[in-house]
Design a protein around this ligand. Structure first.
Ligand code: CP
Length: 306
């Protein structure tokens, strides 16, 4: 049995096979509409979510399966003090696969150690968000035709933004990748990313504070929101929240073929006027998230399609 807890739990070849399957689902979704007949997905969400939880549920429903779960720790026996280990032992009796989001880093890993069903990390604190990364990889590969040989800019809260940590770890495995990390010094990537992933693997990267200075170099611009819920005090959040606002004037400095991604939700960091720019792909990105989660469910349940 395999779990998806960290973006590197699967090899590049395995990830490519997930992406290939997701592409096949896009081409012929009807073919996959009964693959999960009789199967159940549990969504165990201890933190708020719109995209991840609903796209997992849509993915399972599209495959013919059913869904059950909770959308807040307060609606589960966690509110009475139940441990993650006991919850997943229980859910293993009800479902065939589980997706878990939790505010504590490592909670889905703990769950996987006590589970009798595959566990998917749907975001753990400020740590990792591997299925957002699968979504991002599918979006980039579909729109740019490749995952290597490009310059990827990540902008905003790179300290607490778990999607950026997972994306950097994953893209660092492809040849010819270069990163431009745009953030205030206080919100730059943690050392385990800059030292442990980038420097340790000889991946070219630079850290800058001004988006305008580098936007013209980028093939992909990955915007992120400042993660209010991870700040220890509100004053710091208020000081840093509007550090970057992508607007039409900044987009004029970008290449014609650059794409703008964002894991969403957005707050102020992309002005509404950018939404109509054909390079703005963040709402298409959401749609790719359903297809890749369909592929992931099929793979983790080891279901035969052809
Ligand atoms: N991208 C993402 O994780 O969005 P949600 O928090 O709405 O699930």
């Amino acid at each position: 049995m395999r779990h998806l807890i960290d973006p590197l739990d699967f090899t590049v070849e395995e990830i490519d096979s997930f992406l290939d399957l997701a592409d096949k689902i896009v081409e012929n979704p009807k073919k996959y509409s009964h693959v999960c007949d009789g199967k159940k997905l549990a969504t165990l969400f201890y933190e708020p979510s719109t995209r991840t939880r609903l796209s997992f549920e849509a993915a399972m429903l599209n495959l013919g399966g059913s869904v059950l779960g909770f959308s807040s720790g307060q609606n589960s026996s966690a509110a009475k003090g139940e441990s993650v280990a006991d919850t997943i032992r229980t859910v293993s009796a009800f479902a065939d696969i589980a997706a878990m989001r939790h505010p504590k880093e490592g909670a889905p890993l703990v769950a996987s150690m006590f589970s009798r069903i595959p566990v998917i990390n749907a975001g753990d604190g400020g740590h990792q968000h591997p299925t957002q990364t699968l979504t991002d990889l599918m979006t980039i590969r579909s729109l740019k035709g490749r995952l290597g040989d490009m310059t990827v800019g990540l902008c905003g809260d790179l300290k607490f933004g778990r999607t950026t940590h997972s994306l950097i770890k994953s893209l660092a495995r492809y040849k010819g990748i270069r990163f431009v990390l745009v953030a205030p010094e206080e919100l730059q990537v943690p050392d385990y990313i800059s030292e442990g992933v980038l420097k340790a693997n000889g991946i070219p990267f630079k850290m800058v504070t001004r988006l305008e200075d580098v936007i013209g170099e980028l093939d992909v611009l990955y915007m992120t929101r400042v993660q209010r819920e991870r700040f220890f005090n509100e004053e710091d959040y208020i000081r840093l929240k509007d550090s970057y606002i992508l607007n039409a004037a900044k987009m004029e400095l970008a290449r014609e073929d650059m794409i703008v991604l964002h894991p969403l939700p957005r707050v102020n960091e992309i002005a509404g006027e950018v939404d109509s720019d054909p390079r703005a792909q963040y709402f298409n990105q959401v749609q790719y998230g359903v297809y890749i989660r369909m592929a992931l469910i099929i793979k983790l349940l080891e279901l035969e399609v052809d």
